[in-house]
Design a protein around this ligand. Structure first.
Ligand SMILES: Nc1ncnc2c1ncn2[C@@H]1O[C@H](COP(=O)(O)OP(=O)(O)OP(=O)(O)O)[C@@H](O)[C@H]1O
Ligand SMILES: [Mg+2]
Ligand SMILES: [Mg+2]
Length: 472
């Protein structure tokens, strides 16, 4: 440690990033991290090959998402960074000045758009000067700043203009795709249908692109993912690449992944105290009896994890039947879950359609006589329904926990209130539009319009150029 007076930091500090136009940021000081990180969104590269830049959006105040600042900075690198939750991400690295306690010096920052971080900035040891020490018991050793410093900065409004939208789907002609295309065109946007499975990409460039049929796709303002269960993993990779190009994704790849992994989704919902039917999973065949006991014995519902449209969902009325079914599924090497049978739902469930933290429509599906599965593909019928406040709140919360901005939340109506069956990240539009009589496709496009940021003039340069920059 150097002699002389030390520059002592607490474990959280206010600082400024003047070159980015950020007069006040609350940062977590983290000597366990080498690299510093800034929580940004809508990260997009621009500028000439010789001096690449990146533009991004910052919401400095975690409690005021309406406060947004658009920043730009020179890119010095792209780097693989593993964050504290273990996920590895390819991030832009920028260099900019930091100001703290009357000092100003250049630091390197990576840009990440992980959702919901309490601190907008992580100040790592790589950014610390030789005489700096950190007192883990103290907060705010440096002079306190305030978000009030942002007052007077010009406000950015979402601009009404024709958007360039990509609809990622393998089924361009189904009802949902046709309605989304129609709704986008009606509102003056340009929308192209793109087959997810035909997209390919080169990873690790400063200028991410998605290729299709021998050509680089243009930059889209927004992408609507309608990713089928069969290509979830590849579809998520394609979507992440689109996100890297600066496109707004209607649902993020991570959120789609969380909802598709039924075990993970159930665990996340349970952790958020969202009511669900009692559910159990096991891996070893030795635990069959105990597994059925965990959900209180027969009758139970067994579900193949790869099931869709009700096909892999069976009711075992007796314990014996449940045991033989479990054994049969095991013999087929199938992954499945065992769930308490909610008899009073009486063959009905409720689909709540969530867009941007609001339930915009709902329908009740009733199974045909002698059937407990209400799926429309199994002969169920749909009708419009008015949800209770509890049902609306449960649906909204379930979508939020998984990070989905558009979701179809399926609920069973039980004696103890609504219980979540599952959350769909690409909910179909046909049943809900017909039953509710609402223009759900139009509302989805309207939601996208609110998410897309205004263009600045130099964005046009990026649109035209087809350059590719290798960092190494
Ligand atoms: N625990 C339960 N108790 C009573 N009824 C149930 C239960 N689980 C499912 N059902 C009925 O069976 C139907 C199908 O179940 P579920 O939605 O879980 O599977 P799925 O439709 O095959 O999956 P996906 O919706 O992903 O295609 C539900 O819509 C509901 O009507
Ligand atoms: Mg279902
Ligand atoms: Mg589903």
């Amino acid at each position: 440690m150097p002699d002389g007076p030390q520059f002592e930091l607490g474990w959280e500090e206010w600082l400024a990033l003047p070159d980015l136009g950020l007069p006040a940021i609350k940062a977590k000081i983290d000597t366990g991290a080498k690299t510093s990180a800034l929580h940004a969104s809508v990260i997009e590269p621009f500028g000439p090959v010789t001096s690449p830049q990146v533009r991004f959006l910052i919401q400095p105040d975690p409690n005021n998402p309406a406060l947004e600042v658009t920043c730009s900075a020179p890119v010095v690198d792209r780097r693989e960074v593993t964050s504290s939750n273990g996920e590895t991400e390819l991030r832009y690295v920028i260099e900019t000045d930091v100001e703290m306690g009357g000092r100003r010096w250049p630091i390197q920052l990576t840009l990440t758009n992980r959702e919901s971080m309490t601190y907008r900035m992580l100040f790592g040891r790589g950014a610390m000067q030789p005489d700096m020490v950190v007192d883990p018991n103290e907060s705010f050793h440096m002079p306190e700043l305030s978000y009030k410093l942002y007052k007077g900065l010009p406000k950015k409004k979402p601009v009404k203009r024709p958007l360039r939208i990509a609809l990622l789907t393998r089924e361009p002609n189904n009802y949902s795709s046709r309605r989304l295309v129609e709704a986008a065109r009606k509102r003056g946007h340009v929308i192209e249908t793109i087959d997810t499975a035909r997209c390919y990409m080169q990873i690790g460039t400063l200028d991410p692109q998605v290729h299709y049929d021998g050509q680089a796709l243009p930059r889209y303002d927004a992408v609507i993912p309608r990713i089928g269960a069969k290509i979830t993993d590849y579809g998520m990779a394609v979507l992440r690449q689109f996100s890297n190009t600066g496109a707004v994704c209607l649902n993020e790849a991570g959120a789609i992944g969380r909802s598709r992994d039924k075990l993970l989704a159930q665990q996340l919902l349970a952790r958020a105290k969202i009511a669900m039917p009692v559910t159990a999973f096991a891996h070893s065949p030795k635990d069959t009896k105990d597994l059925i006991g965990l959900v209180d014995g027969a009758p139970v519902v067994l579900k193949l994890l790869t099931s869709t449209q009700g096909r892999g969902v069976v009711l075992a009325e007796t314990r014996k039947a449940a045991e033989s079914l479990v054994d049969a599924f095991r013999g087929l090497d199938a992954n499945f879950l065992v769930q308490e049978f909610v008899e009073e739902a009486a063959g009905a469930d409720v689909r709540a359609f969530v867009i941007g933290n609001k339930v915009v429509g709902a329908m009740k599906r009733q199974a045909q006589k002698g059937e407990f599965r209400s799926n429309l593909h199994r002969g169920g019928t749909a009708s419009s329904v008015r949800l209770t406040a509890d049902e609306r709140e449960t649906a909204r919360a379930a979508a939020k926990v998984l990070g989905l901005s558009v979701a179809g939340v399926d609920l069973l109506q039980t004696r103890d209130g609504p219980k979540v069956l599952e959350v769909n990240s690409s909910p179909g539009l046909e049943g809900i539009e017909n039953a509710s009589g609402k223009d759900i496709a139009g509302q989805i496009i309207e939601h996208l319009e609110r998410q897309v940021r205004p263009l600045s003039s130099d964005r046009e340069t990026t649109l035209r150029s087809n350059r590719r920059i290798n960092v190494n």
